[in-house]
Design a protein around this ligand. Structure first.
Ligand code: KG4
Ligand code: ZN
Length: 344
């Protein structure tokens, strides 16, 4: 089985060919960092336009690199949400056109399911159910992954996502865009004990996350003019990880039967985050699984793989009029969290 995957939900345009035996036959990814840098964040309209310009030639390139044609693909999988709606529509409409032209099944993939199943693309041994910490620019959730399409949300953020907190810290400290990797690099030169910062929700009974207060404290520490920016970056990263560990520990107590502690999403690229979670998993006698860095940030291989998993699990293909969705929670039954804004 060979599936073409398309990703366009944020600021990466990506296409990939993946087989059911976990081979990434060909892939391409174009980040839009340069286009968004002057604005210090992703501008939805610029993102949608860039996806529209790049996607079609990129798909041709990936098919050529793989030495195949559309006729050789068994299905077309594209992110159908959640994400910036203009970009999602570009990718989904492209997938619909290819599915129609090639008479192939269309798979409208939840981007979050792409992240959630990406560790299984990298590690065939990973079995359900597993505990998944999904930490990206738009989401910070602890999930019990029971199977393809079966997720129980154990915890979520009541305000900012963790990646968002990294990005805003970078912006405050003038470290540039994208922020997460810049904060990690800068933190390496700082003292993580130098700046007293809060640990929101630490010790609270429900395992939810909160990072908005930490971000505000970073702003105050910066504005005070009393601290070295590397010390602020290091102290921020330490405080964020302390929160992540405390909250995840609390959530793990509600998932006695899981086979592994898994992390996915862009922030899973952070070495300090990975190290801390690995120790937490060890303390719970659980294997720790994190996808290789390139599979953590947005990519199309994880979308193709989620499509393959859906087909293998017996899910039907999607109709050609399936809609793009700006919001699409993995666990629709999860209740809104007190104090939370719009994030699921
Ligand atoms: O999964 P992803 O590529 O896109 C979303 O679906 O959001 O995640 C992007 C997020 C950004 O907030 C970025 O700053 C963060 O992941 N990130 C990192 C690192 N690399 C990427 N955060 C901390 N440390 C990193 N090394
Ligand atoms: Zn993502």
């Amino acid at each position: 089985m060979l599936v073409l995957g398309i990703e366009s939900s944020c600021d990466e345009t990506a296409a990939a060919l993946v087989t059911a035996d976990r081979t990434i036959v060909a892939e391409a990814i174009a980040s839009q960092d340069d286009a968004h840098r002057p604005f210090g964040g992703v501008v939805p309209e610029i993102a949608a336009r860039a996806h529209a310009e790049r996607l079609a030639p990129m798909i041709s390139q990936v098919l050529a690199d793989g030495g195949v044609t559309l006729a050789d693909c068994d299905a077309i999988a594209a992110t159908a949400g959640p994400g910036l709606i203009g970009g999602v529509m570009v990718g989904l409409v492209t997938a619909k056109a290819l599915a129609m032209a090639g008479d192939k099944p269309l798979l409208a993939v939840n981007h979050l399911e792409g992240h959630a199943l990406s560790p299984r693309l990298a590690d065939p041994a990973l079995q359900f159910p597993y505990a998944l910490l999904l930490v990206s620019g738009g989401h910070c959730q602890l999930l019990r992954v029971e199977g393809v399409g079966r997720y129980t949300r154990i915890a979520t953020t009541i305000d900012d996502a963790l990646g968002e907190a990294f990005d805003k810290t970078a912006k405050i400290l003038g470290l540039g865009f994208p922020g997460g990797p810049a904060v990690e690099r800068h933190a390496a030169h700082g003292n993580s004990a130098a700046v007293p910062l809060p640990r929101p929700l630490l010790g609270s009974a429900e395992p939810h996350f909160s990072f908005a207060g930490l971000k505000s404290a970073v702003l105050r520490a910066h504005d005070s003019g009393q601290h070295d920016s590397a010390d602020i970056a290091a102290s921020f990263q330490r405080a964020a990880i302390d929160c992540l560990l405390d909250r995840t520990r609390r959530g793990l107590a509600r998932m006695a039967d899981v086979t592994a502690m898994v992390v996915a999403g862009g922030v899973a690229r952070n070495a300090a985050v990975r190290e801390a979670l690995e120790a937490l998993a060890a303390a719970h006698a659980l294997p720790f699984i994190a996808p290789p860095p390139a599979l953590c940030t947005d990519n199309a291989a994880m979308i193709a793989w989620a499509g393959i998993e859906r087909l293998q699990a017996g899910f039907a293909a999607d109709p050609l009029d399936v809609a793009a969705r700006p919001r699409w929670p993995l666990d629709p039954a999860a209740e809104a969290v007190r104090g939370a804004g719009y994030k699921a």
